[in-house]
Write a protein that binds this ligand. Structure first.
Ligand SMILES: *[C@@H]1O[C@H](CO)[C@@H](O)[C@H](O)[C@H]1NC(C)=O
Length: 222
């Protein structure tokens, strides 16, 4: 009891002192006085500078920041962030099982088109047309969800390989796959991750772990 009484006295003393201090420095801005700080109960907070798309490091000037996450099993949908703009996500309610693909103008960074394609029971001719119509200078972001492979035919695999994918040839039933390529890419894209559906190594019962791909892609062609 005595100790807490002393504490209250000390607190009142501190408050009175502070009040006198504020009064005697009329220009002192009340807003800058934070109660917890002079009570010593909260450590000083440094402002958090968040990079675009939550990247651990900022991208250089002439680069776009991106982060692509595949879906988790058949439960949580994939997401795609580009220059701090969430293009596709479960919250935006514009993702679907199969392949989720977004087209971004490689010089402006503006979203051109986005769509999801059911690769389990869907009609592949929509995806073939979508991939054939990608204009030059377009960045292509791809994220798998649940099953990206069952309906993937040879033509789709070739079209995706031509965008710089190394794994499009082997993507199969319930594999995890994330990829960023471009229409006029002459070599293989460095931005790709792939995990095969394998009962021995799967993180979830029928699916491998979800994949996260983030980085900085140069403006225009790379
Ligand atoms: C990208 O944007 C630029 C500037 O608006 C435009 O000239 C170009 O045609 C666009 N490219 C594509 C592939 O849409």
């Amino acid at each position: 009891m005595r100790v807490s009484g002393l504490r209250i006295l000390a607190l009142i003393f501190a408050m009175v002192t502070m009040w006198i201090f504020i009064r005697s420095f009329g220009s002192f801005n009340m807003k800058t006085v934070r109660l917890p700080r002079w009570l010593g109960s909260v450590t000083k907070q440094t402002p958090v500078v968040k990079n675009k798309c939550g990247l651990s490091k900022p991208c250089p000037g002439n680069f776009f920041a991106f982060k692509i996450c595949s879906g988790a099993a058949n439960v949580v949908g994939p997401s795609m962030c580009f220059e701090n703009h969430m293009i596709m996500s479960p919250v935006k309610n514009n993702v679907g099982r199969g392949l989720n693909i977004a087209l971004v103008n490689g010089s402006t960074g503006m979203v051109h088109r986005q769509s999801s394609f059911d690769m389990y029971s869907g009609d592949t001719k929509f995806l073939v047309r979508f991939l054939r119509e990608i204009p030059d200078g377009t960045l292509v972001l791809v994220a798998s969800y649940d099953d990206p492979g069952t309906k993937m035919n040879a033509e789709i695999r070739t079209l995706l390989s031509n965008l710089g994918s190394s794994y499009a040839k082997q993507v199969g039933f319930r594999d995890s796959w994330v990829f960023l390529g471009a229409r006029d890419l002459k070599s293989k894209s460095p931005f790709e991750q792939y995990l095969k559906n394998n009962p021995d190594t799967n993180k979830y019962e029928g699916w491998p772990e979800l994949l996260e791909l983030e980085g900085c892609v140069p403006r225009r062609a790379f």
